[in-house]
Design a protein around this ligand. Structure first.
Ligand code: ADP
Length: 705
């Protein structure tokens, strides 16, 4: 090969354009893969660019362009180790970036599930063996006049590598995806495919445009000289890519579907792959037909892959293998036979093209499949399912991202149920704002949860009271009812007219009264509990007036004296409940004063340390200090010897009532001197119209009847 300086300049310029295609592949592939893997995909693109160029320099170039079947072993084949020759190195640069392209095609197809360490191994095999042999078959001997490639000698024509670069890459990619299997979730059990949405399709679109731009160098540089041929080469490249995209749109429209972004990307790239075999030797019209055929072959290959449940993450096989095969065949159909100069007739050329496609495919697919299978047995290509789920950014590179952190945070919350910590936020990033919005949602959930907890505890308390009252009812009613039943039986057995009749009837009447009293108390307590749900200012004097009316028979019977001193007139409580509590305390004060003394009771209200207090003091029999602790337990009858009716549930119920509305009850007492019960209430809230503004009682007390 003889190149003048302008040719060398042109080849190197085109090599730079082809190299830029690596950036296009990076954008295309990382955009078409999920964000949990996109860093991995970008890194593998950089990695396989470097590895492929190094291996191609070390071994591949010698195999590709040395004496067939002797390279790189023959002594003369290590050209590049010492070569300072300008033309040779320029040619190497152009061929090395081609090799990189082939390797990137393969790794793109297998993206999102490959262990990172396997990429260099994969690329070493492709760049050091499979690709160079494919190059040698079609283009070998073109560098040094020491024999020609096997297919070249047959008259096979592949101008810039539809088969040599693209189909070879496509065949290897096919072998690899068959061995490693599909990504988790790509196909369901029945084999139906599920779309795995790319993370950034805008980036992919940019990638396609960069590739298209670089393709000018791919095909333009393949002329290896700066001649007038370049015009038709570049125009065919442009036309075929465009025609392929337009036909893809028409085909998808005819299928009644909306075009997916991937269809558009692959439609354009398919046309570029298709024209690569014949960009220098077909007319513009042929380029359009080649583009149209490429569109069909890409769509058909993609369908075939789905049918056989083969998962190609970026559509590399349809684009590079499908359109590569078509483009190579189309070169035989549409080429100007004089330009390619194989000396074959049209039909013979087509047959040779088919042979080239078949032989290259056999080599690329066969060798890749065998080698990858072997390697996969000892060093699996694929990451573990856990790593695949977490994403290769994290599992392979420990490269976290905002999205991952947010997802990991949500995962932690759903695993542990702990929603107390807020999500990471940042008002300057999109995901940081998502975190803020999520925290707002969390706050609402927390509030709801607290309300729920509160209602739950109320429900539990209510349940507990209900259980307790069930027991109380059973326990307290049992005594009077059993008395009634026993005396009724005795009455039945007693002959009529006997003197004990009236005594039995009297017992039955008293027990019925007791039972009625208990039932009344329980009903009152239940009503009071219910009413306590709404608290409001209660006029203490009015309540005391009603208590007095209620207890009139007892007061009159015992001739009790009650004095009232209300320094705080309004209490924040419930009228009915307060009435119940005071009836209990005042009646106890009367009941537990020895018969020989006149019961004297003082009721006071005052404000102390921010609480409103009500004291009920008597001068009765008092309570043993040791028994004060148990006084509010149910069924506590401290003075069981004292002959008063009672079942020990009054104080228990009063305390429950008060506590459930945040009020308190305490007692101090001295035996034989008397007792003082103190009720404590939260003050009336500020906004209430009846708030007690001072501790003095400016209102005239209502006269007690
Ligand atoms: P009872 O129905 O038995 O009166 P309570 O729950 O109201 O039930 O009172 C429990 C016990 O506390 C009473 O049996 C009595 O021994 C004692 N007690 C209550 N109030 C007084 C008081 N003012 N003076 C002395 N002992 C009292």
């Amino acid at each position: 090969m003889t190149l003048n300086d302008i040719d060398v300049f042109w080849v190197l310029l085109c090599a730079c354009l082809v190299w830029i295609m690596q950036a296009g592949f990076l954008c295309l592939e990382s955009g078409m893969t999920r964000s949990k893997n996109n860093i991995n995909v970008a890194l593998k693109n950089i990695c396989d660019n470097a590895t492929s160029i190094f291996l191609f320099w070390l071994i591949g170039f010698s195999i590709a362009f040395g004496v067939p079947f002797s390279a790189p072993l023959g002594e003369d084949n290590y050209y590049l180790f010492h070569s300072t020759e300008n033309t040779l190195n320029a040619f190497f640069v152009f061929q090395a970036v081609f090799c990189s392209t082939c390797c990137t095609i393969v790794s793109g197809a297998a993206a999102e599930r490959l262990r990172f360490i396997m990429y260099p191994i994969l690329v070493a095999i492709i760049a050091g063996l499979i690709y160079p042999v494919a190059v040698n078959l079609s283009w070998g001997g073109s560098l040094i006049d020491n024999g020609q490639g096997f297919l070249l000698e047959m008259g096979f024509y592949d101008f810039a590598g539809s088969t040599v670069v693209h189909s070879t890459g496509g065949w290897i990619a096919l072998a690899l995806v068959m061995i490693i299997g599909s990504r988790i979730g790509r196909f369901d059990r029945e084999g139906n495919p599920h779309t795995i949405q790319g993370s950034n399709l805008t980036l992919s679109a940019l990638g396609v445009l960069i590739l298209w731009f670089g393709w000018m160098g791919f095909n333009g540089g393949s002329a290896y000289n700066f001649s007038s041929d370049i015009g038709i080469i570049l125009s065919n490249t442009l036309i075929a890519g465009s025609a392929s995209l337009v036909f893809t749109l028409i085909l998808i429209h005819r299928r009644g579907e909306a075009p997916a972004p991937e269809d558009l990307f692959n439609g354009a790239l398919g046309g570029l792959v298709g024209i690569t075999a014949s960009a220098d030797c077909v007319t513009s019209l042929s380029a359009v037909l080649i583009g149209a055929g490429s569109a069909v072959s890409v769509l058909v290959t993609a369908k075939l892959l789905l049918r056989y449940r083969l998962d190609d993450a970026v559509g590399a096989v349809p684009v590079h293998l499908g359109a590569g095969i078509w483009g190579t065949l189309a070169a035989g159909i549409f080429c100007d036979l004089d330009i390619i100069g194989s000396g074959l007739g049209r039909l013979e050329q087509i047959v040779v093209q088919l042979a080239g496609i078949g032989i290259t495919g056999l080599w690329a697919f066969g060798s890749a499949y065998l080698l990858f299978r072997l390697i996969n047995t000892y060093y699996p290509f694929r990451v573990s399912p856990q790593d695949e789920s977490v994403g290769l950014n994290i599992s392979e590179h420990r490269a976290s991202s905002e999205l991952y952190e947010l997802i990991a945070f949500m995962q932690y919350q759903s695993d542990t149920g702990n929603i107390n910590r807020p999500a990471p936020t940042d008002q300057f990033t999109e995901l940081g704002i998502v975190g803020m919005a999520y925290n707002h949602v969390l706050n609402t959930v927390r509030l709801k949860e607290e309300k729920l907890k509160h209602s739950n505890s109320q429900l539990e308390a209510a349940n507990e009271s209900l259980r307790t009252y069930d027991q109380l009812v059973a326990h307290d009613l049992r005594n009077p009812l059993s008395v009634i039943s026993a005396y009724a039986a005795m009455l039945q057995e007693e002959p009529e007219g006997e003197h004990k009749h009236s005594e039995y009837v009297e017992r039955i009447r008293r027990s019925s009264d007791d039972a009625m009293k208990i039932i009344r108390e329980l009903l009152n307590f239940s009503r009071a509990s219910h009413e306590l749900e709404t608290l409001k200012p209660v006029d203490l004097e009015e309540v005391l007036y009603n208590v007095r009316v209620h207890l009139t028979p007892l007061i009159e019977e015992k001739k009790a004296k009650i004095s009232i001193d209300c320094k705080v007139r309004h209490l924040y409580f419930n009228e009915f409940a307060l009435h119940q509590v005071l009836v209990n305390l005042i009646s106890n004060a009367i009941k537990y004063t020895p018969a020989e003394r006149v019961p004297s009771i003082e009721v006071r209200s005052l404000s102390d340390n921010g609480r409103d207090l009500v004291e009920v003091e008597d001068h009765g029999i008092g309570i043993d200090p040791e028994q004060l602790d148990r006084l509010f337990d149910k069924h506590q009858r401290v003075h069981s010897s004292v002959n008063t009716s009672g079942y020990g549930i009054g104080l228990y119920s009063a305390k429950k009532l008060l506590q459930s509305a945040g009020a308190t009850i305490n007692v101090r007492s001295e035996l034989e001197k008397g007792s003082c019960f103190t009720l404590g209430f939260a003050p009336v809230p500020a906004q209430s119209p009846t708030r007690n503004t001072d501790t003095g009682n400016n209102n005239e007390p209502r006269p007690i009847a």
